[in-house]
Design a protein around this ligand. Sequence first.
Ligand SMILES: [Zn+2]
Length: 417
Amino acid sequence: MRSVVLVFVVVLGLAITIVQAQVPTPEPLQTPSTSTQVPSETTTEGTTTTGLYPDELKLAEECDEELCKLPNCRCSSTDIPGGLLPRDTPQFVTITFDDAVNVINTVTYRNLLNGRKNSNGCPVGATFYVSHEYTNYRLVNELYNQGYEIALHSISHRTPQDYWATATYNDIKQEIADQRVQISHFANIPFESVKGVRLPFLQLSGNVSFQVMADYGLEYDCSWPTSSYTDPGLWPYSLDYASVQDCMIPPCPTASIPKTWVLPMVSWIDLGGFPCAMADSCHFTPDLEDEEGWYKFIVSNFERHYLGNRAPFGFYIHEWYLSSNPAVQAAFVRFMDLVSNLSDAFMVNSSEVLDWVKNPIPVNEYKAKSCRTWSSTSCAFQPDCGPLVGPNGMSYWMGACNVCPTVYPWTGNPFGQ
Ligand SMILES: [Zn+2]
């Protein structure tokens, strides 16, 4: 499948090079902190560590609600932020798509999302956890300019999964912190607009990824599934204090890492009663050709939230699952139609959920607020960059909104210089 996609991308790239087009004015490269130097930080004990071994950090303390208050701190719990009643709480729905953004899956994204509105008249949100390999950054620019959120899913997305479990601080810095500079450069989107992280395979790396996030100003992680807190669901929380969340894919963080937030992936429950973190990872599902069955399956999972404590409802999926299962896609569209017609449910970007959690307001006030805004950015048309020599000598083509790199960008060389 990957080679078919690659051939298609290469052919497209060749076709595009024939077209003489205006090349955007080269912009100076932002200097990324690509050095392997690790910032120092101070532990709660006042000693300085290199940050290389964050798992040696002191264990976080049990959360104290008197000390941990919004907007900067929240204990992990199923309590609704702001002490609101469920009926006064907006039901957020977070639709997310993972992996490379390319000419094939972007067609699905346009068809499903563009022009769709919530009941408050605001355009729906969605979050894209983008991995670098095979990503076309012109299309990332397009998604950003449609108002969707661009977030990080690593540069290499490498296997095996265990790589991520045992990743060092520097590994994650090169995969995630450097990816933020990389994606804002090649897609020409604001650096500050990139705030979220989902690790490949939902494989956490203990404290490491959160340490990197805190040091490089990334705000939230959405890689941590819970099956113990599905009914009522776990609301987002900060990592200032110890988390009560179950650790389904260890190692999970154990230290106090202020300024980082967890958007828990509250599992769906499949037809066999088993939890699944992503909609396309459920095992006992309705028949893949049974649109009505899938619609009911989605709605029954949604209702656990909507009729419960209104913890944000995640619809986490990969595009290929929808495009290869038209009945599932049709059921998903019906579900979005349902949400669009609810006066107290909203499909939003993941960072909008976090903004609300930090400053919770009743649904009536929320509905009266103006819609999210973003500063639009340009992407002048230019031929795809390539062929670019990448890892293992492979050749790549890459759409970009900035000057072409000289080699295929990769970990340790995020700009491909
Ligand atoms: Zn992935």
